[in-house]
Design a protein around this ligand. Sequence first.
Ligand SMILES: [Zn+2]
Length: 104
Amino acid sequence: MQRKSTKKLLAEYSALNKQLKKRKHIIVLEEELKLDGLRGLAYVGWNIVKLDKNMGEKERLGTLLHEVAHLCFPKATENQILKAEKKMVNCLWKQGYRRVNKGE
Ligand SMILES: [Zn+2]
């Protein structure tokens, strides 16, 4: 197997990074996050959200809103994001919003 030069690998990485940053829609990935107490992650600039797959539906909705808020407002403080999450999840939940197709 031929090894790629560092210069070539960096060029490929840079091209991929540019592609990811151009993407408009948000990709939501679910996996078992093994970090204690961590329910979600937002990759600002790449429009990627990662959610822990072991959450109840309301907690999942709140975490999704929380991480999307981080993508939308990268300069907001954690407290501002938490306040927005709480208001949005309680409002949406009370209005009856639920996932129709889980896991799609
Ligand atoms: Zn946060």
